[in-house]
Design a protein. Structure first.
Length: 485
């Protein structure tokens, strides 16, 4: 017999575990009767769609193929990166390569076992796609707040509109979206006929962290509102008989942007033909955020060597990873397999803007440089700072353990754990988390460092049994002030 009858998963996008206390009374009370994995970690890049896919497949980007939020694939999307938030870009990727995601998902495993998954997804349309990438052929449903045309199962959007009214607007902070998510989840997923795995993805506090800052009054208020939604979910779950596992989680954290560099312009000024919008003369393709890829669209190794040396010559760059087949020829880089990257879609280089554990003006720890994407002073994520990688992961299982558990856990462990609870076979790299008995796996840490000239970088990893998690990493020294603007 399965250990539970169903699982309810609530994702608070971007929620830092150190931003719960005093702001989320429902989640704090829930944690008292649950098992809180205090050392849970995201993936690299700590970007939403990479994280979503890692959660959904129980596997790392090296295997699932969503190597970044945006990555260049000029044979599919020309002149700009393939943007994984864009439903149409993912549809084109599927048409060209047959698979958007190159491993099996939780939704597929459940479908094979005759179980249902339903998701009320209020993040980007692409993230809704990736949370159950074969949802339609699985006979399951995902609702996306972006409407019928941006949803693989448009009937779920029609049903939500029929039962809950017109879709909400997208003003930030997303109060309207939160209350719509609460209604739709309650109506479509939490009733007695709800799916075996019911997932709700809330876009907050991520959006408000980005726009107004992690420690802002707006972020605090919207965090409280997200907690109210969680309180409603717990009330609904309590109404029904049966054994329900409830999981509260986030996909990554965020840190505060304190300086900005236009990497494209600076590279061009240094004579490199770089652009995030490549064309016939700019064949070195970049992406933006607080980390990015560098990809030679012509396979020109000389250009990659020059870009790599340029990155390491700068004070505002934090880390540089190279594809394993070229890392040896690029002294100072770390091979990207160390951060579970290296899918055939991966670029030659990933670079990170410099980050620090130092606090921002609100006293919130973790700051970094920004290339582009949010107002300066807003929150960002993507890199390997500890406050980007630390995630919220709290699981309440009937008959399960309670308390805080420092046993390291990864996003990729959640789907295998849910499948184990429901007695569903699932092949994935992630491991089954110790919900009932304390973990017997050996835990070890590992520090890797390398450098070139004045550039030195450090990566900390955690070994748990046969799994390797990314703890954090950065430019050495990892603390202290960031470069002045
Ligand atoms: Zn996210």
């Amino acid at each position: 017999m399965s250990k539970v009858d169903r699982a309810v998963i609530v994702v608070f996008d971007g929620l830092r575990p150190d931003r719960i206390a005093g702001l989320m009374p429902n989640l704090e009370a829930f944690a008292q009767e649950s098992l809180w994995f205090t050392e849970a970690r995201s993936v690299f890049p700590s970007m939403t769609r990479v994280a979503t896919t890692s959660f959904a497949t129980g596997d790392w980007p090296a295997r699932h193929g969503i190597v970044n939020n945006a990555f260049h694939r000029p044979q599919i999307v020309k002149g700009e990166p393939l943007d994984t938030s864009n439903f149409d870009h993912l549809a084109r990727l599927k048409a060209a390569e047959e698979a958007v995601v190159t491993t099996t998902s939780l939704g597929q495993a459940l479908a094979r076992a005759g179980l249902r998954m339903g998701a009320v997804h209020c993040g980007s349309a692409g993230s809704a796609y990736l949370v159950n990438h074969e949802v339609a052929s699985n006979g399951q449903w995902t609702f996306s707040v972006h409407g019928e045309a941006a949803t693989q199962t448009p009937e779920a959007v029609r049903e939500a509109i029929a039962r809950c009214g017109p879709l909400p607007g997208h003003a930030v902070p997303k109060y309207e979206t939160l209350s719509y998510a609460a209604r739709a989840f309650s109506e479509m997923a939490l009733g007695p006929d709800g799916p075996d795995v019911a997932l709700m993805w809330l876009p907050e506090p991520d959006t408000t962290y980005h726009q107004f800052g992690i420690g802002s009054a707006q972020a605090q208020a919207v965090t409280r509102a997200a907690d109210d939604v969680f309180g409603m979910v717990l009330e609904q779950v309590a109404k029904h008989d049966g054994r329900t596992a409830v999981i509260a989680m986030s996909d990554h954290g965020q840190i505060t942007t304190t300086f900005q560099t236009d990497i494209t312009a600076e590279m061009q000024a240094a004579g490199l033909p770089a652009s995030h919008r490549p064309d016939d003369t700019h064949r070195l393709a970049l992406t933006r955020g607080n980390m990015g890829e560098v990809r030679s669209l012509d396979g020109d190794h000389g250009l990659i060597d020059a870009a790599c040396a340029w990155l390491m010559s700068r004070d505002d760059i934090g880390m540089v990873f190279a594809r394993d087949d070229i890392a040896d020829s690029l002294p100072g880089t770390l091979p990207m397999s160390l951060v579970n990257q290296g899918h055939p879609r991966a670029p030659e280089l990933f670079f990170l803007m410099r980050a620090s554990d130092a606090p921002d003006g609100h006293g919130v720890k973790g700051t970094c440089g920004l290339i582009a994407g949010v107002p300066l002073g807003g929150g960002m994520h993507g890199g390997l700072n500890r406050y980007e990688l630390k995630t919220t992961l709290i699981m309440r299982t009937p008959g399960g353990r309670q308390g805080k558990d420092p046993c390291p856990a990864a996003l990729v462990d959640i789907a295998p754990t849910v499948c184990d609870l429901l007695d569903v076979p699932f092949e994935a790299t992630g491991r089954i988390l110790p919900l009932f008995e304390p973990d017997k796996a050996t835990v070890g840490t590992e520090t890797l460092s390398t450098g070139c000239g004045a550039f030195r970088q450090v990566l900390h990893r955690i070994h748990v049994g046969n799994s390797v998690l990314i703890d954090h990493g950065g430019r050495a020294p990892e603390t202290g002030p960031l470069p002045a603007v």
